[in-house]
Design a protein around this ligand. Structure first.
Ligand SMILES: CC(C)(COP(=O)(O)OP(=O)(O)OC[C@H]1O[C@@H](n2cnc3c(N)ncnc32)[C@H](O)[C@@H]1OP(=O)(O)O)[C@@H](O)C(=O)NCCC(=O)NCCS
Length: 207
């Protein structure tokens, strides 16, 4: 996956909808998003930032910012959800995910701009992450959240995740779901592209 080329990244974009039917775009982060993603995290409420990073941060530390801007490096990826607001493409949510090949699992964390919470953005983004996980070959998708984060716990429950204790930290709870994306639906670009490349690799494809 570290073979991703910048000019190819846009083809992995998807258009999703809020509960009210407004369209938003989910795409890999790009170097040109640096200022916008810094602004996004700075504008999150203290509580949302705390829940996202499990600690008090006023903004993304430089090291973490650099990690956020890397796509495909060590099978780690950042996607941003954007909407046109007053004529500008604006980040309204983000998710970072890592594919663990040895366990065929995909781990993720996400956040939604406080002004856009409660519109179904995370629900749609989670479905999209499941599809991206399937495209990478993951069999399970999981995340960790603070036990006190009732919103995330409720969202995970409604999205069909099961809960287990975190292996190392009693303050966290882990939510986990078996990946079940029906290929016939092909609900995300990553899945479609992975299916095409599998087809091209299969011996019968050359026949
Ligand atoms: C958790 C979070 C991602 C949810 O995003 P969202 O886009 O608001 O979620 P949705 O609108 O899709 O809502 C999904 C469900 O979450 C729950 N939920 C959403 N907002 C809620 C609120 N203010 N209070 C309680 N539950 C809430 C509800 O169960 C909701 O389902 P419903 O609308 O059918 O009742 C968002 O609150 C957030 O970014 N929080 C800060 C970062 C964070 O906690 N990240 C998770 C740890 S990695």
């Amino acid at each position: 996956m570290s073979s991703y080329r910048l000019e190819d990244l846009k083809q992995y974009s998807d258009t999703l909808r809020t509960r009210q039917g407004e369209a938003f775009n989910v795409r890999f982060i790009e170097p040109g998003d640096t200022d916008e993603i810094k602004h996004y995290f700075r504008s999150l409420s203290t509580r949302s930032r705390y829940n996202r990073f499990f600690g008090a941060l006023s903004e993304l530390p430089k090291g973490l910012l650099n990690e956020f801007l890397q796509v495909g490096e060590r099978e780690r990826f950042t996607v941003v959800a954007t909407m046109m607001v007053d004529g500008f493409e604006t980040i309204v949510a983000e998710a970072r995910y890592a594919f663990h090949g040895e366990t065929s699992t995909l781990e993720f964390g996400l956040s939604v701009d406080d002004r856009w919470q409660g519109h179904g953005i995370a629900t749609a983004l989670l479905k999209n992450l499941e599809c991206r996980a399937a495209a990478l070959g993951a069999e399970h998708i999981f995340g960790d959240t603070l036990r006190s984060n009732q919103t995330m716990i409720s969202l995970a429950r409604k999205s069909g995740f099961a809960f287990v204790n975190h292996p190392d930290d009693w303050k966290l709870v882990r939510f986990d779901k078996e990946i079940d994306v029906a290929p016939k639906d092909i609900p995300c670009a990553s899945w479609r592209l992975a299916a095409l490349s599998r087809q091209a690799d299969s011996p019968s494809a050359s026949a």
